[in-house]
Design a protein around this ligand. Structure first.
Ligand SMILES: [Zn+2]
Length: 454
């Protein structure tokens, strides 16, 4: 794997003290960070196999995109301007029902390249389209080739959802176990966990059963909750409880639980999440896009709840751009609270990196630039008319830099992108392949693309 010296950069460590070195260096050896320091590198580091000059760049930890649906890379923009349940019926379900393993693979590979370009070095994919048995394998294959850190939250539903996507409890457990057996290797870069889709699509018994198994595996559980008011009302009607109350009632709320969206929560539910140390995954762009609502993030943080960030699928975003998410998160909560101090650039970087690492299940291994952590590192070019002059690097990263400024991405000490060029595949060829694959899929699925608002 060799060694890499990153020198002359502005190092934003996102460590416990949130240290920033205006000019510093980073040394990487065999996939791990072995030195992070201000100033010029000592002479012993200058013999590194690869030397990267990060002058006028920010050097930051790789971000964790803690919630997406990679298959939706093919359906971005297909059903803009619709609320959640309409959007599911008109855009998601028809395409998802026709998706083959090969198409899942190409969509995932394109989506992962997009994630890397946006500064994500770890992705949690809530993948619930099992219309072909190999769809999950296609997605994991793409993750293996892309080389970033990947957690497949294998989605499941066993009641009340579209019949094409429901499975028996036996099938859910068998397939998730099979995927773990097949893909959990390579030093743990790819992992698999259960991803119950939504409270109204999951029975209590299968929730309990899969959470028990997941406890034995030492794995997490990833679920959409309280995304819309309608869904909470549905749970009140069916079960007599709100979403988080329900998870607590059936005994599965805990630190391993990743609660995606968590928009419509009352005070008691916030208290339950804090008490059980569950993790919230906040998806502000998707929540705004689908007009779902505003999650109570500042109150969550005040209660000590870990809040990670996710783009959500490109069907409801329409991109997987972590740089955009940083700025959007800060701005949304400022205007919603009428408090300009409510989230600082350092806070949102913490959410994307450290809280993301916690959601990903590796809080001690990724998320900051510190000796001993895995070398997941992103370099962002600040020498642009949009950012210069830079007075405070975290501020420039959050408010000025964009996805197009992400210059270099390193995962596990392996350079996946350098000088804005993806190194592990021919990107132009992938784009051409994706266009053709998507056109074939839409034709087979009978999808009619609306060219004007309906
Ligand atoms: Zn989602």
């Amino acid at each position: 794997m060799g060694s890499i010296l990153v020198k002359n950069g502005s190092v934003v460590t996102v460590d416990d003290e949130q240290r920033v070195y205006e000019q510093g260096y980073l040394f990487i050896e065999d996939g791990l960070i072995t030195a992070v320091s201000p100033g010029a590198p000592p002479s012993q580091y200058k013999k590194a196999d690869t030397v990267i000059d990060a002058s006028l760049m920010a050097v930051m930890p790789g971000m964790v995109n803690a919630h997406t649906h990679l298959f939706q890379t093919f359906i971005r923009g297909l059903a803009d301007d619709k609320p959640l349940l309409d959007w599911l019926k008109t855009a998601i379900w028809p395409v998802a029902q026709a998706l083959t393993e090969e198409e899942a693979y190409v969509a995932a590979l394109l989506g992962l390249v997009e994630n890397i370009r946006g500064g994500a070095t770890a992705v949690i994919d809530h993948q619930y389209i099992h219309t072909e048995p190999g769809n999950d394998d296609g997605v994991c294959q793409a993750a293996e080739e892309a080389g970033l850190r990947f957690l497949l939250a294998r989605g499941w539903t066993d009641v009340g959802y579209h019949p094409a996507f429901m499975e028996s409890p036996e099938q859910i457990v068998r397939e998730t176990a099979r995927l773990r057996e097949k893909w959990e290797r390579d030093g743990g870069r790819i992992r698999v966990e259960f991803g119950p889709l939504i409270p109204w699509g999951c029975t209590d018994d299968t929730m309990r059963h899969t959470c028990d198994i997941s406890q034995n595996w030492g794995a997490g559980t990833h679920i959409h909750v309280a995304e819309t008011k309608t869904e909470v009302d549905m749970n009140l009607e069916a079960r007599g409880s709100r979403h988080i109350e329900w998870l607590a009632d059936i005994g599965v709320l805990g630190p391993q639980m990743q609660l995606v969206h968590s928009v419509w929560l009352d005070d008691n539910e916030l208290a339950l999440i804090a008490k059980h140390e569950a993790i919230v995954v906040h998806c502000p762009v998707s929540n705004m896009y689908l007009a779902s609502g505003v999650a109570r993030v500042p109150e969550m943080l005040a209660r000590g709840i870990t809040v990670a960030l996710g783009t959500d699928g490109p069907g409801s975003n329409n991109s997987q751009d972590m740089m955009e998410l940083l700025k959007t998160t800060a701005l949304l909560h400022k205007v919603n609270s009428l408090d300009a101090m409510v989230l600082l650039p350092e806070d949102v970087l913490w959410m994307a990196c450290r809280s993301g690492a916690a959601a990903f299940g590796l809080p001690d291994q990724i998320g900051s630039l510190e000796p001993g952590k895995k070398a997941d590192v992103v370099l962002v070019d600040l020498d642009t008319p949009l950012a210069m002059p830079v007075h405070r690097v975290p501020s420039a990263l959050v408010y000025n830099a964009s996805v197009r400024d992400v210059d270099t991405v390193i995962v596990d000490g392996r350079v996946l992108m350098r000088n804005k060029e993806i190194l592990f595949l021919d990107e132009k060829a992938l784009l051409a392949q994706a266009r053709q694959t998507c056109a074939n899929l839409f034709e087979r699925a009978g999808v009619v693309v609306e060219t004007a608002p309906s």
